[in-house]
Design a protein around this ligand. Structure first.
Ligand SMILES: [Zn+2]
Length: 225
């Protein structure tokens, strides 16, 4: 038994192979711990921060999701923050496309310093970030404080819905699910978890789009929250 790191209710062991994984029935989070050293984590990230990946396509993916929302200004005049920007390739690609993008990467910039950033981003991108978070609430509170009214946060992470919606085959599907095998991935979300975190701790976020096929979630900060 463990305490859920998102909602603090009891979570139970659902899988154990290499690492134990716990699931919370209240918010739906599945979580584990990272057992590799800080040096190994840094090496792991650096190996992933490469330019071989098609960042142009990745940038286009986020822009397409934004185009589906209604904006009072053209997309090109919105302000962006790439939160957890890794090697900076997504930031670079978006800037090349003409967008104004700030970036924050804890491995490079250390602890987040709010004084260095705007308090009113229209768009915050969290590309493959949330699965690494231990203190999910702390990071989400930072994100909410940085969003403009009606601003959106786009979260890309692999969602667990397809696995948990078929409980009879959970063990088999989870065994095959490669995303859990990355030792730095410790928090896994589904539709229920996303709904929960939108309204927890006085947050006033609204789910604008969610897709477990595209592994993408778009949340909007409602006015006055
Ligand atoms: Zn929970």
């Amino acid at each position: 038994m463990r305490t859920c790191r998102l909602c603090h209710n009891p979570a139970h062991l659902v899988f154990e192979e290499v690492r134990p994984f716990f699931a919370c029935n209240v918010c739906g989070l599945i979580f584990s711990d990272c057992f590799i050293s800080a040096e190994a984590i840094e090496k792991h990230y650096k190996d992933q921060h490469n330019n071989v990946f098609n960042w142009k396509k990745e940038a286009g993916f986020f822009i397409e999701w934004l185009k589906n929302l209604e904006w009072s200004l053209p997309l090109s005049s919105l302000s962006f923050l790439d939160y957890g920007s890794g090697g900076g390739f997504l930031t670079e690609e978006l800037r090349r496309m003409g967008y104004a993008v700030d970036c924050y990467e804890p491995m490079l910039h250390g602890e987040f310093n709010p004084n260095k950033y705007s308090k009113a981003y229209d768009v915050i991108i969290m590309n493959e970030v949330v699965e690494h978070l231990e203190d999910i609430n702390k990071t989400l509170d930072i994100i909410c404080s940085l969003l403009a009214d009606n601003g959106v946060v786009i979260i890309k992470t692999l969602l667990t819905d397809r696995i948990i919606n078929d409980p009879e085959n959970f063990k088999e599907s989870f065994t095959r699910w490669w995303y859990k095998d990355d030792p730095t991935h410790i928090s896994f979300f589904n539709f229920m978890t996303i709904e929960y975190l939108c309204h927890d701790r006085g947050r006033n976020l609204m789910v604008r789009a969610i897709s477990s096929t595209d592994n993408c979630v778009v949340l909007q900060k409602m006015e006055g929250s």
